[in-house]
Ligand binder design. Structure first.
Ligand code: SF4
Length: 61
């Protein structure tokens, strides 16, 4: 699945994390809205995926 990995997907935000820390081999998936909210006054969390992860929503555009 090397050609359809998160690193090559239009929805991947490279090197970003939910707490603004740099990630060396991971980033945020922006395909869906945030998946959870730890507390009522906290921000929602985006899914963190590795560069070589993949899923069926891959989009090269
Ligand atoms: S999880 Fe799917 S939609 Fe999200 S960045 Fe990876 S391949 Fe793209």
């Amino acid at each position: 699945m090397a050609d359809s990995s998160c690193a090559d997907c239009a929805f991947f935000e490279d090197h970003k994390s939910n707490n603004k820390a740099d990630l060396s081999d991971a980033g945020l998936c922006r395909f869906n809205p945030p998946i959870s909210q730890p507390s009522a006054d906290a921000r929602g969390l985006w899914p963190v995926v590795k560069n070589d992860d993949w899923c069926g929503h891959f989009d090269a555009a």
